[in-house]
Design a protein around this ligand. Structure first.
Ligand SMILES: *Cc1c(COP(=O)(O)O)cnc(C)c1O
Length: 355
């Protein structure tokens, strides 16, 4: 039986969006594909509030972490580390042979502008990696307050908006983000397997002289093909492109981006009120995310048993991530999820735990 996914990715994909993946195949060297690619990029630029070019990759978002590091970290990168995903991006930077330092922030919190400023003031960094919405702890950074710090230190900003983009407004150009990356299977509610990033003129300029970029994720290779009739260097996942393009039209022209952000904010308020009534928030409230809520298991409930009972009711439950397993659990409220569905899920937990 298909279960309703209350995990923070992959999330449920609507039948119409999923159906786009099974349309008859076309050539990847055809005008139809180039037109699809161009339309998709225009829509992504609208969603990201940017005039920067957006590059799509046939990989999950982890691949674009690697792309961002290989194309844009010149000598040394500062990696803000406040959770499992942020920490893994640091590992990726090191695996790519870059000199990298961690700016460690406790789990459940995120970096404040003064902390970032102090770390960058030590000098020697040309770039920063930041996970906007740390999915393991549901902590969301305040980009408005951090952007001026990136700017004042002149660092290249590499920002992961994987579990926030399309659930929260992220104005790439206003913020001046150099690389803003995301993927399909979180708040965008498309199948996993494709990712993308906006790239600023500065990011492209740096990429031109970088060594050891490899080929598949080289921004400049992608730009060359884009400039030739909107081509892609290799065969892209045409099913994902169609599905994402269709979903973006629904988001931008049917629901409306602002309405979508509002719906996410309202669901977050519902989840947080519920969490505070019966448990506690794991996340510091000032940085609690609008797409996922992390709940501290203050009742010492048996979360494995809870997961099994919810499964029997047709739901996929999300235990705490990694070291938080058993101590916390997460409630995803992102993508096309409706407030009524969230309310029904919370009532199901009430029922199981007799709250
Ligand atoms: C899910 C996620 C990723 C990794 O995405 P993959 O699709 O598994 O590569 C990266 N960053 C954040 C914040 C995520 O939530």
């Amino acid at each position: 039986m298909a279960k309703k996914l209350f995990i923070p990715g992959p999330v449920d994909v609507s039948p119409e969006v999923a159906a786009k993946m099974s349309e008859p195949m076309i050539s990847h060297r055809s005008k139809d594909l180039y037109d699809l690619h161009a339309h998709l990029i225009e829509s992504l630029k609208r969603l990201m509030y940017t005039q920067n070019h957006v590059i799509t990759f046939t990989s999950s978002s982890t691949g674009v972490w690697e792309a961002a590091v290989r194309n844009c970290v010149q000598k040394k990168v500062l990696c803000v580390d406040n959770g499992a995903f942020a920490s893994r991006w640091f590992d990726v930077a090191v695996a790519c042979g870059k000199e990298a330092d961690k700016l460690e922030i406790p789990w459940g919190s995120t970096v404040k502008p003064e902390q970032l400023d102090a770390a960058l003031s030590k000098g020697g960094y040309d770039s920063v990696t930041l996970v906007h919405n740390e999915t393991s702890t549901a902590a969301m950074a305040n980009l408005q307050s951090l952007a001026p710090v990136f700017k004042s230190h002149g660092v290249t900003s590499l920002v992961d908006c994987v579990s926030s983009l399309a659930g929260v407004k992220i104005e790439v150009d206003k913020l001046g983000l150099d690389v803003c990356l995301s993927g399909t299977q979180k708040a965008l509610a498309v199948a996993p397997g494709m990712a993308f990033a906006s790239v600023s003129p500065k990011a492209l300029e740096i990429s031109k002289t970088q060594k050891g970029k490899g080929y598949y994720f080289d921004f400049i290779v992608h730009m060359k093909y884009w400039e030739k009739d909107h081509q892609t260097p290799a065969t892209p996942s045409i099913p994902h492109m169609r599905s994402l393009d269709y979903q973006l039209t629904k988001i931008l022209d049917v629901e409306g981006a602002e309405n979508r952000f509002k719906r996410h904010h309202e669901m977050a308020n519902t989840a947080r009120s519920w969490a505070k009534k019966h448990f506690e928030l794991f996340t510091e409230e000032w940085c609690a995310s609008d797409t996922v809520t992390c709940v501290k298991n203050t009742r010492n409930a048996d979360l494995s048993a809870l997961g099994k009972e919810l499964s029997a009711k047709g739901y996929q439950f999300s235990n705490g991530y990694g070291k938080l397993k058993g101590q916390a659990f997460r409630i995803a409220h992102m993508g096309d999820r409706k407030p009524e569905e969230l309310a029904t899920y919370l009532a199901a937990i009430d029922d199981v735990l007799k709250l």
